[in-house]
Design a protein around this ligand. Structure first.
Ligand code: GDP
Ligand code: IMO
Ligand code: MG
Length: 424
């Protein structure tokens, strides 16, 4: 049974919490795209962990975890993360698999990420600065360095020499300091030695897991509206975020996917630049950020906050074929007397659909709101649907009705047990 978890907004929907929770009953958890731009927060019996590369299933000691070919890897970040996890978990070298097909984020990718952003000035994307865009760009233009290349140091050196020569020309043009071949070569090789024990082909064990009918969770990163094709381009990320990308990203054929859960925050947040129709630039937005502790897990940047946008969510449901939704951070709305929910967009008094808007238009649409009564009491200790205030149930029903997808799970706090499963 393959279960895909996808962020249905602009990332940070609480995917880490949900994957950690569901992993308790999973055999395999797979990251299939993105890199350490992701920051998945997990709070469990062992503590609080912001994971950037290692799949959130690592805390189930019976679970195999895979960093599959679609993921791009910053070796330094991966080593730090593995060291952190080694302190709290028994040896996991036999259950962490890193695909030799993964592309590496090289020092020049991080430098170029910064230089491109600086060159764009006010029009910058607001990236995480982790080298994501330049690394994916190199991957698709056949100029990447893969783990496979590292297995043969001579081949690696030859390839690096040519690639760095090109990169340094761009770096100099953009006002940066050229990087040294010798330094990058020896540092990357040294780092590679530390992760080498985990490098194993990921396709075969996943294929065998499918044959044995094991439970596999594919852990999406980012969110649909950061997708390189379907997001608010150019304010997007370098990878394909859609559920369908599991095939390219980890080699699982579409027919094996039986469940696709969209993770949706009960309101909306976004980090970085780009249109955000329901953004609240007022006190309400500030309160949301404060109560929701909306600061980036990866960069610490304050997240922009706003009401839930059902126009976007409906599109995310159709695009990914969500079988169900998990609504997170419902507890943050405990604090509002009235709650607004965006049910569509208007432009010059005419209704418009998200899918017809380019990024520029999306920045100009006006949300059409439905105002709902808040429940104004704490839900964080509630564990069953029937205990939820009637206004909260109405809010959830409105979401589900509007997008025509059932809600399978409701999260009322960051901890594993702060979860409601039955939804009627
Ligand atoms: P991810 O990138 O989708 O995994 O999300 P992040 O970890 O970046 O951000 C989600 C934040 O919300 C984290 O700090 C989580 O601990 C926290 N969180 C997740 N679910 C809930 C919830 O239901 N209620 C509250 N209050 N916090 C939550
Ligand atoms: P998780 O998995 C939120 C955003 C950045 C920026 C844009 C491009 O934790 O949900 P990039 O560094 O990818 O080139 O930046 O994408 N971004 C995220 N925002 N959560 C994430 O991941 C993100 N990963 C990238 O803020 O706007
Ligand atoms: Mg995050």
């Amino acid at each position: 049974m393959v279960h895909v978890i996808i962020g249905s907004q602009w990332g940070d929907e609480g995917k880490g919490k949900i994957v950690d929770l569901l992993s308790q009953k999973a055999d395999c958890v797979v990251r299939f795209h993105g890199g350490n731009n992701a920051g998945h927060t997990i709070i469990n019996n062992l503590g609080k962990f912001p994971l950037h590369l290692v799949p959130s299933g690592i805390f189930n000691t019976a679970c195999k975890v895979f960093i599959a070919n679609g993921v791009i890897i910053d070796l330094g970040v991966l080593i730090t993360e593995i060291e952190m996890l080694k302190k709290v978990l028994p040896n996991f070298s036999n259950r962490l698999y890193i695909s030799p097909r993964c592309n590496l984020i090289m020092p020049y990718h991080k430098l170029l990420d910064r230089l491109y952003e600086e060159a764009k000035g006010k029009a910058k994307t607001g990236t995480t600065g982790r080298g994501i865009g330049p690394t994916y760009a190199d991957k698709v233009s056949y100029s990447g360095i893969r783990i496979f290349d590292m297995l043969d140091p001579k081949r690696f050196q030859e390839r690096l020499k040519i690639l760095l020569m090109v990169k340094n020309k761009i770096i100099i043009t953009l006002g940066g300091k050229p990087l040294k071949l010798k330094t990058i070569y020896s540092q990357t090789l040294e780092e590679f030695q530390k992760i080498k024990p985990y490098v194993k082909e990921t396709f075969q064990p996943l294929y065998e897991a499918i044959q044995k009918n094991e439970k596999i969770i594919c852990e999406g990163a980012q969110g649909i509206f950061l997708d390189n094709d379907w997001g608010t381009y150019p304010y997007v990320t370098g990878s394909s975020v859609v559920a369908g990308n599991v095939t390219a990203g980890c080699g699982i054929a579409p027919r094996h996917v039986k469940r696709i859960t969209g993770i949706c925050k009960a309101y909306t947040t976004r980090v970085g630049n780009g249109p955000f129709p329901t953004e609240l630039m007022d006190k309400t937005g500030e309160i949301m950020r404060k109560i929701g502790q909306e600061f980036g897990t990866t960069t610490g940047r304050p997240r922009r906050c706003g009401w839930l946008d059902l126009e976007l969510l409906r599109f995310a449901c159709c695009l990914n074929g969500f079988t169900d939704l998990a609504i997170t951070k419902l507890d943050i709305l405990d604090h509002f007397k009235t709650i607004k929910i965006c049910v569509g967009y208007a432009l010059r008094n005419k209704k418009v659909r998200h899918v017809d808007c380019d990024t520029h238009l999306l920045g100009r649409v006006k949300p059409i709101y439905k105002t709902m009564r808040g429940w104004n009491r704490s839900t964080k200790d509630m564990r069953s649907y029937k205990d939820l205030p009637s206004e909260a149930k109405k809010y959830l029903k409105e979401i589900s009705r509007h997008v025509n997808v059932p809600i399978s799970l409701i999260s009322v706090g960051p901890e594993r047990n702060q979860t409601i499963y039955e939804t009627n």
